[in-house]
Design a protein around this ligand. Structure first.
Ligand SMILES: Cc1ncc(C[n+]2csc(CCOP(=O)(O)OP(=O)(O)O)c2C)c(N)n1
Ligand SMILES: [Mg+2]
Length: 680
């Protein structure tokens, strides 16, 4: 329950003056940077400064000189609007984040964007700002830590042994994803996950008792968390005692509920929503300096304060100790040690490409007509043994998504070294957790649900793309072709909207061969996420020459052609490729010169050079028909205004799949007719 705490900023209560002064450096940097930018959120950094001071100075295991050190503790600021808290901490403890960058807070090209963004600032572990997702990322990181420890640690050789700390606010707890992620974290008993709740009683609209009166400690206890309630977030001793207790208890995640005053130190604005997300104003900044006893000019930090904060020596020492430990591990387990290094670097096994190619050839030779979801599972069975970094999962649809392969072992509190997560019905949580697993490194996560329910997870997909993470989102039941479950389960606009996410690679293979290639390409894509979209229903194998087979990975290619220049081109994806091929057959028999282009990944095709694209879709051939069981508008960019799209611009119906395909015009006859109508 949120209570409105008394302000201590007047100096009441027991205060460790030294610690308070260190914390005030965060407060000063935060309010000054926000003031200079005239934009940003001073409230949370000023409110959480004392907590951060204790955690970072007394506990956090990190080396500012090497933010990528494998066994560092992970720190996530889930209430990402408080970005100046993190930037201040990184700057003060000695990361390569100079004061000039704090002066350029929120400016174009700076290392200090408005919200923490992965890849912009050394030490920022994940992009946060969309509330609740940082918390789910942290759960993913803690899962990855434990699973990696389970797979690699040996008696007396704990090479993976770090904590995940996460700060969060009321907003993160109001977001539904906090339930999904924390419920799973409790179930899994993630003892090295420690969360700090900034219980300040305030969110943007004012005092939260008007809309948020959960009993948060009880809620988390019910999840199976270890809850430490009513900690005075401005009493370093109390915070320290709570962290001690949290670290001691190793079989449950901990939630430390810290009562704080938002904007602590700003005499007229602290405790009020007015300091949440706006510059305090010059007068109030001056008054806060006075109240806090901070006499230094803006962005001026005395050497003694820098010394008090520096984690450089401590960090170098900690990493050195670990390096020694890792050397001993390497001496005892050389093969495991190099596997660990390979996996943490995100490199696939050196022979993976060759292996994948062999599987592609085999699948081609087998020529099986099977559902692409089955083809996906076959691929997992073929690739799985080569890829111990796979961390699979499904949101309670393993039997439908076919995400389990023969080598899967469930991750649980008792068996932490597994490689498969039973996520339960938690699509958004699963997706953000996968982002956290990928960010932690050591794993390539894939997780599945029905394509329709990608909607539940959408913002986590966007975050995966924004952070350029190798996360594989597996979606089966990809169209009205799923049949009787009806329009609630039948995707219509999802293919198009997933393709619109910048940097998202979306594969919709047409048969078993394209399915293996899609998996291969997604796994090899180290700098971004992919969607792998599979059918429930059986798909016809398409014959391909060795030359054609090579073109599949270019996203779009000529699957069937005609002698000479085609009169018309049919472009199709997934389950509609088979229909396009039948139409091609009848049109060819009727003396028409028609080409079929299979387009399993429009984004990859668009990224090919002009000459290749022109060779597949020559400008001179304007008579084009796109066929996809999804909304038509997406395909206009390929068929032009004079072309035609066989698609579906309404919700589906509950009926057997074959009837639905017939009813909505996904038949060879209708596609052929459409081509002929263009040729008239
Ligand atoms: C998903 C999402 N919805 C809305 C917002 C906009 N927003 C940013 S901070 C905030 C209020 C958060 O309140 P709290 O976590 O209590 O932060 P405090 O004011 O205490 O710093 C909102 C609604 C957001 N960043 N993310
Ligand atoms: Mg709040």
């Amino acid at each position: 329950m949120s209570v409105k705490p008394e302000s201590h900023s007047k100096g009441g209560g027991q205060v460790d003056a030294r610690r308070r002064e260190l914390a005030n450096a965060i407060r000063a940097l935060s309010m000054d940077a926000v003031q200079k930018a005239n934009s940003g959120h001073p409230g949370a950094p000023m409110g959480m400064a004392d907590i951060a001071e204790v955690l970072w100075n007394d506990y956090l295991k990190h080396n500012p000189a090497n933010p990528a050190w494998a066994d560092r503790d992970r720190f996530v600021l889930s209430n990402g609007h408080g970005s100046m808290l993190l930037y201040s901490l990184l700057h003060l403890t000695g990361y390569a984040l100079p004061i000039e960058e704090l002066k350029r807070f929120r400016q174009m090209g700076s290392m200090t964007p408005g919200h923490p963004e992965y890849g912009y600032t050394p030490g920022v572990e994940t992009t946060t700002g969309p509330l609740g997702q940082g918390l789910a990322n942290a759960v993913g990181m803690a899962i990855a830590e434990r699973a990696l420890a389970g797979q690699f640690n040996k008696p007396k050789h704990a090479i993976v042994d770090h904590h995940t700390y996460v700060f969060l606010g009321d907003g993160c707890l109001m977001e539904g994803i906090s339930h999904e992620a924390c419920s799973l974290a409790g179930h899994l008993g993630l003892g090295k996950l420690i969360a700090f709740y900034d219980d300040n009683g305030i969110s943007i609209d004012g005092e939260v008792h008007g809309w948020f009166t959960d009993d948060t400690p009880k809620r988390f206890e019910a999840y199976g968390w270890h809850v430490i309630p009513r900690v005075d977030g401005h009493d370093a001793k109390a915070v320290k005692a709570a962290v001690e207790a949290a670290r001691k208890l190793t079989d449950k995640p901990s939630l430390i509920c810290c009562q704080t005053v938002i904007g602590f130190g700003a005499p007229n604005k602290e405790g009020k929503e007015s300091c949440h997300g706006a510059a305090l104003g010059d007068k109030e900044v001056a008054a806060a300096r006075e109240r806090l006893g901070w006499t230094h000019a803006a962005f001026e930090i005395p050497d003694a304060i820098y010394k008090g904060w520096s984690a450089r020596d401590r960090g170098a020492e900690a990493e050195k100790t670990w390096n020694r430990r890792f050397d001993e591990y390497r001496a005892a387990y050389p093969a495991l040690a190099s596997e660990f290094t390979r996996r943490m670097q995100g490199e696939l096994p050196s022979d993976f490409a060759r292996h994948a190619d062999a599987v592609i050839q085999e699948t081609n030779a087998k020529a099986a007509s099977i559902a692409s979801r089955n083809a996906s599972q076959n691929t997992l069975n073929a690739f799985g043994p080569q890829l111990p970094e796979l961390m699979g999962g499904s949101a309670d649809l393993a039997g439908s998504n076919l995400t389990l392969w023969s080598g899967c072992k469930g991750v649980s509190a008792e068996h932490p070294g597994g490689n498969y997560l039973y996520y339960g019905v938690r699509e958004f949580g699963m997706s953000a957790i996968m982002n956290g697993i990928a960010l932690h490194k050591g794993f390539v996560p894939y997780g599945a649900t029905f394509l329709m329910f990608s909607e539940y997870a959408r913002n986590a997909l966007r975050m995966a793309a924004l952070m350029k993470q190798r996360v594989l989102f597996v979606y089966t039941h990809d169209s009205i072709g799923l049949g009787e479950d009806g329009p609630t389960h039948q995707p219509v606009e999802q293919l198009a909207t997933l393709r619109m996410i910048p940097g998202m690679s979306v594969w919709r293979p047409s048969d078993a061969v394209e399915s293996v290639i899609a998996w291969t390409e997604a796994l090899c894509r180290a700098d971004g996420p992919s969607c792998l979209i599979f059918s429930r229903q059986k798909l016809t194998h398409q014959a391909r020459s060795p030359e054609t087979l090579k073109q599949v990975r270019r996203g779009g290619y000529i699957l069937a052609d005609t002698a000479g220049t085609p009169e018309a081109i049919i472009i199709a994806t997934g389950s509609e490729v088979g229909i396009a091929m039948e139409a091609h057959k009848s049109l060819t028999e009727g003396g028409r010169r028609v080409r079929v282009v299979s387009m399993p990944n429009t984004g990859v095709f668009d990224a090919q050079d002009q000459a290749y694209r022109e060779s597949v879709l020559p400008k001179t051939v304007g008579k084009r028909v796109a066929v996809e069981a999804g909304i038509t508008s997406f395909w206009r960019k390929y068929v032009g205004l004079d072309g035609a799209v066989v698609g579906i611009d309404r919700f589906g119906e509950s009926a057997p799949a074959e009837l639905l395909f017939e009813h909505f015009g996904f038949t060879a006859a209708h596609v052929a007719e459409t081509v002929l109508s263009l040729l008239k």
